[in-house]
Ligand binder design. Structure first.
Ligand code: ADP
Length: 507
């Protein structure tokens, strides 16, 4: 089959719009670091990155022991876990899920919290947890709990945070503006559950901590799921918004989904703009909308409709399904990109079954696959850019990794990753990194681990490979070995338990 000239031209135009060159990625990296710095300085006028201090400080070595409870609330289910840290990087998880009914999602916050408190009490009784924990913590009969709460919160201590607004269908009166930890603690006390809420964490922070237990050099925790976000370890002296730093380092929740919301740097296309305008939160989280699972399918749908309207696809015919907003799921892109059969039969199947589109011509299926590749690849490369920017920030002066032992380390005279680094300057930066990394010996102690969670990273074909390619362009030829990307297990459970451990140790 041969594409017509018009089809080839349309695809070439799309390829140009959606392909990010190394130079473009370099430019974005510099802008990202710049916004990280403004965010850390509290200059929120010139930064879209909130850079929220989490009050989680101190390093893990994977030898920590003890049993902690974890509570994970962020969607239509909440989970109660007993996490036993066995030392030697080994964890024994044990958890149970409970449904947050529609009624509870809109009930008064005290009703929701009471329900959670009772569920925790049931879990403890059923699992005979008090006796298990006594083995580890004989001096106390109060259980310590870490709370993963995936809603926007401003934190004032490791165990205090004010809810800014509800999202994801929740709307419980009595919570916005209040300390969410206190609300939970009061319910536990009301229900006479002997549990102390020791720490409140965001899911990216949990991901970072959980990965640190396995790989103590974990520097970044990242999520590529429904949305996207990252957290990393920062030197506290660089956090200008902290009144009096007590620890040397602290985890920062970047809230990177909101990077460059004014689209000064991001190469947004008309398809992205259309999606943004029609979303429930126009004008914010523009970066997230180019990367994460909630949106990739919709961008693809917008492109397919554009091609249909020009009679370059499906003979110019759409279907009611394909015409409907959000009908093209990111999962479909995964299935489409996995189809390597000569006739692209599973692509035909998805189009038929999910979208009621009959793709008689092989060319149609090829075009659909090519469009998915463009959107998926751009997402992975932007994800690599954010990751590389955080690594570079860490290695730069004042960064947490600026100490000894990293083959990617930059010295005073290599301050080439500075904020204003333009394309040319950054190109030299890449060379420098090559130079330094190629001669250095790699051992586990000097790896910069990235712990990642989220279905897009885990399930989207080639996402990881494309990310590694982007990292290599930005961090040098040995990025794959020096900055390993791995799936972090159970950030919201294990990570919350580790936050509780850190909080009780520091208390
Ligand atoms: P969450 O981020 O909400 O905790 P997940 O990490 O499972 O949960 O992410 C869910 C998102 O991942 C959804 O937007 C969904 O479209 C997307 N997703 C689920 N399965 C796949 C898949 N096979 N390929 C690509 N994206 C997927």
């Amino acid at each position: 089959t041969k594409w017509s000239d018009k089809q080839s031209k349309a695809l070439a135009d799309l390829t140009e719009e959606f392909t990010l060159s190394t130079a473009q990625l370099e430019h974005l990296t510099a802008a990202f670091i710049d916004q990280m710095q403004s965010g850390l300085a509290g200059d929120h006028k010139s930064s879209d990155l909130a850079m929220i201090p989490t009050f989680v400080s101190g390093r893990l070595d994977g030898q920590e022991r003890g049993s902690y409870l974890a509570l994970d609330l962020g969607g239509t289910n909440f989970r109660v876990c007993l996490i036993t840290l066995k030392g030697n990087h080994d964890v024994e998880p044990n958890s149970e899920s409970f449904k947050v009914t529609e009624h509870l999602q809109e009930a008064h916050i005290s009703e929701l919290m009471d329900f959670i408190a009772i569920s925790i009490k049931d879990f403890i009784t059923r699992e005979h947890i008090s006796s298990k924990i006594a083995k580890h913590r004989s001096n106390s009969n109060t259980l310590e709990l870490g709370f993963t709460f995936s809603f926007p919160v401003t934190q004032t201590a490791i165990d205090a945070g004010m809810l800014l607004r509800w999202t994801k269908g929740f709307n419980c009166p009595g919570a916005v503006g209040s300390d969410i930890v206190q609300l939970l603690q009061e319910a536990l006390d009301r229900k006479e559950v002997k549990v102390h809420v020791a720490a409140l964490v965001n899911d990216t922070v949990g991901t970072l901590l959980a990965h640190s237990y396995k790989y103590p050099n974990t520097f970044i925790g990242a999520i590529f799921g429904t949305g996207t976000n990252g957290a990393y370890v920062e030197a506290t002296r660089s956090i200008k918004t902290m009144p009096t730093p007590t620890a040397k380092e602290m985890i920062i929740n970047i809230e990177w989904g909101n990077f460059d919301k004014d689209k000064r740097f991001l190469p947004v296309t008309p398809f992205d703009n259309k999606l943004d305008r029609e979303s429930i939160n126009p004008g914010v989280h523009v970066f997230e909308k180019m990367i994460s699972g909630m949106y990739l399918g919709e961008i693809t749908r917008n492109i397919l409709l554009h091609l249909i309207d020009r009679r370059l696809l499906f003979d110019g015919t759409s279907s009611q399904k394909l015409n409907a907003h959000w009908s093209f799921k990111t999962e479909f892109m995964s299935q489409i990109e996995s189809d390597t059969s000569p006739n692209l039969t599973s692509i035909a199947q998805i189009l038929k079954q999910k979208l009621e589109i009959c793709s008689k011509a092989q060319i149609d299926r090829e075009i659909v696959k090519a469009v998915c590749e463009l959107v998926g690849k751009r997402a992975a490369r932007l994800s690599a850019m954010a990751t590389a920017a955080v690594v570079r920030k860490g290695l730069s002066d004042g960064g947490h990794l600026a100490g000894d032992g990293y083959p990617l380390k930059l010295s005073e005279k290599h301050r080439v990753f500075d904020t204003a680094a333009g394309v040319n300057k950054s190109e030299t930066a890449v060379e420098k990194v090559h130079e330094r990394t190629d001669s250095a010996v790699v051992h586990d102690g000097n790896l910069i681990h990235v712990g990642i969670d989220g279905s897009v990273f885990k399930l989207y074909p080639h996402f990881e490979e494309r990310m590694v390619e982007g990292l290599t362009e930005l961090l040098g030829s040995r990025a794959k070995d020096l900055v390993p990307l791995n799936i972090a297990e159970d950030g919201s459970g294990v990570g919350a338990a580790l936050a509780a451990l850190i909080a009780t140790k520091n208390a």
